[in-house]
Design a protein around this ligand. Structure first.
Ligand code: ADP
Ligand code: PEP
Length: 535
């Protein structure tokens, strides 16, 4: 086995993990990985120097093909459902052996050691083994990057093996189809095959942390972004994929802590990751300057198109997917906090992309309403993030992250409830979806307005104004906010057809109630009475 590496260290444990491929590229720099990808014609540079690749058949996650090995650890603890699909241990072993044979038959592979969890006490060493330099660059950008001296003592507790070119045989491998992501807690391994969508790598690691941290470290794991004001006040933005966590946390007046995955320990919050994975559909320097400028050398852009005859990205191009993405290290966002740790949050925002256009652009929640909304996780699956979703699709995604939660949602909700109560946190529901009508009739909420509302909530000016109650959802709605037209604050007044609004609101209230019925026996009465009024 020969090794290319920019650091003069032996890589431990490779042979033990079954890697015998004769050329192993270990811990290469972003420049080296980018150059290799270009040379192998797996990608090209845009005019600002970022590596642009196509991820192939899959440009979004495939939740139906994500499995957890049902074994002695997981059998009685995982909340088996449509997101936590069991697979037998024999299939894990079978597929791992086949994947290793496949990788070892390649001329070269890439190995990268990295960490998850910014707080040193909770750090998890992860080894990411890939068949392409671009996937190794993704791991470099998204996870925490150990310093060279840390590599000497690095312990790869978990392994991610990613081979998009390897395809399972569903007839013998226990999968649904040729692509799969399989997590084994006994063997501390994630196998990803048949798909090149890099999001599977990060969300696979997120899934294991969502299992381990609440159960064994008493840490609440959260699908949220986080940033910090000048006085150190922390805000969290929960939301299912594509609802605005990355966009809204990249706020030039605040410091970014992380864009997607965090833990809440007793007295601080910390990022799991070391980078961001932003959607770049319709990205512009004017609307999202920090993200736009992060697209430069070292960044990895997925599935975009160029203006003809140029290397300039056409961010409006949807030819491959709506789920165009860029990954970059967190320090590409000016002023980001490193290590990515902050104090107890003062404000929590639940971002809901309401495809019905019924919910107010912002509402203030009391404690019980906050729990009701968190458990409900009402939002939309946006186009492209999951395979097969081509238009926003209303969904209830518990804790705003159901596809990544191996435990019952009540486990996370109870922890969040205790923490919010103990720290007197302000909780807001923000509709980043539709206004003036449902998807197809109304408009997507203006980003400028959403930002103005969040700023007013954070600086306290919103609290000082007058409020009214939403008659169906019973939440407080502000009557005014600087920079936001008054008529959109109350969603009913934003709809031209009031009868249609009332019908849509009643329909949504009904859906809320139907969805919540499955939690009724685990939730106290003071939360149950916050259900929207269903007529
Ligand atoms: N009002 C809004 N608030 C937040 N995002 C919006 C809004 N309107 C449009 N968007 C777009 O929605 C997408 C949100 O994606 P992103 O921030 O990456 O989501 P997440 O990090 O939650 O996956 C971005 O492309 C953003 O430009
Ligand atoms: C990457 C994903 O989500 P997010 O946009 O929340 O990072 C995803 O769901 O595949």
């Amino acid at each position: 086995m020969s090794l290319t590496s920019t650091i003069a260290l032996p890589v431990t444990g490779l042979t033990e993990s079954g890697i015998t491929c004769h050329q192993v590229h270990y811990q290469l720099t972003p420049e080296e990985l980018t150059a290799q990808a270009v040379q192998r014609q797996e990608g090209e540079l845009n005019d600002s120097g970022a590596l642009c690749i196509n991820t192939g058949e899959f440009t979004g996650r495939s939740p139906q093909d994500k499995f957890i090995v049902k074994d002695i650890i997981t059998e009685d603890t995982v909340n088996w459902n449509q997101f936590n699909i069991p697979i037998g241990e024999k299939y894990f072993h079978q597929l791992k052996a086949k994947m290793l044979d496949y990788l070892n038959a390649n001329d070269e592979i890439w190995v990268r050691d990295c960490y998850a969890c910014a707080t040193p006490a909770f750090r998890l060493g992860i080894r990411v083994i890939t068949e392409s330099p671009a996937a190794s660059l993704f791991a470099h950008n998204m996870f925490l990057r150990p310093a060279e001296e840390e590599l000497e003592y690095f312990k790869a507790e978990w392994q991610v093996i990613q081979a998009p070119g390897f395809k399972a045989d569903p007839a013998v491998d226990g999968t649904r189809q040729h692509n799969f992501a399989i997590i084994s807690f006994v063997h501390k391994t994630i196998l990803i095959g048949g798909t090149g969508y890099t999001g599977e790598i990060k969300k696979g690691v997120f899934t294991i942390l969502n299992y381990l941290l609440p159960q064994f470290k008493d840490i609440l794991s959260m699908h949220c972004s986080a940033n910090m004001g000048k006085s150190g006040d922390v805000a969290l933005f929960f939301g299912l994929s594509g609802t605005g966590k990355t966009t809204l946390s990249a706020d030039p007046s605040r410091r970014l802590i992380g864009d997607d995955e965090h833990g809440w320990n007793k007295n601080h919050i910390f990022n799991f990751e070391g980078g961001c994975y932003a959607k770049c559909i319709d990205l512009s320097a004017e609307k999202e300057p920090a993200i736009f400028r992060a697209i430069r050398s070292g960044a990895l852009v997925e599935n975009v198109g160029f203006y003809e005859g140029t290397q300039e990205i056409d961010f409006s191009n949807r030819a491959i997917t709506e789920n165009t993405r860029v990954s970059y290290p967190i320090h590409y966002i000016p002023g980001s906090v490193e290590p990515s740790i902050g104090g107890v949050p003062a404000n929590v925002f639940f971002l809901t992309c309401d495809a019905y256009g019924v919910l107010p652009p912002i509402s203030r929640l009391n404690e019980a309403q906050a729990m009701y909304q968190f458990i409900s996780g009402y939002t939309a699956r946006v186009a492209g993030t999951e395979t097969g979703v081509t238009a926003p699709k209303a969904t209830f995604s518990a804790c705003f992250g159901a596809p990544f939660l191996p435990l019952h949602p009540a486990a996370y909700a109870e922890m969040l409830g205790r923490k919010m109560k103990a720290h007197n946190v302000n909780v807001w529901l923000v509709n980043t979806g539709w206004t003036g009508g449902p998807y197809g009739t109304g408009n997507r909420m203006s980003l400028t307005h959403t930002r103005a509302l969040i700023t007013a909530a954070l600086n306290g000016t919103l609290q000082k104004g007058n409020w009214e109650k939403d008659p169906v959802f019973n939440m407080d709605i502000p009557q005014s906010c600087a920079g936001v037209p008054q008529e959109i604050l109350n969603p009913r007044s934003a709809w031209a057809d009031k009868v249609a609004y009332d019908e849509a609101a009643a329909q949504l209230a009904k859906l809320f109630n139907e969805n919540f019925s499955k939690y009724a026996d685990r939730v106290p009465a003071e939360i149950l009475i916050e259900a929207p009024l269903a007529v």
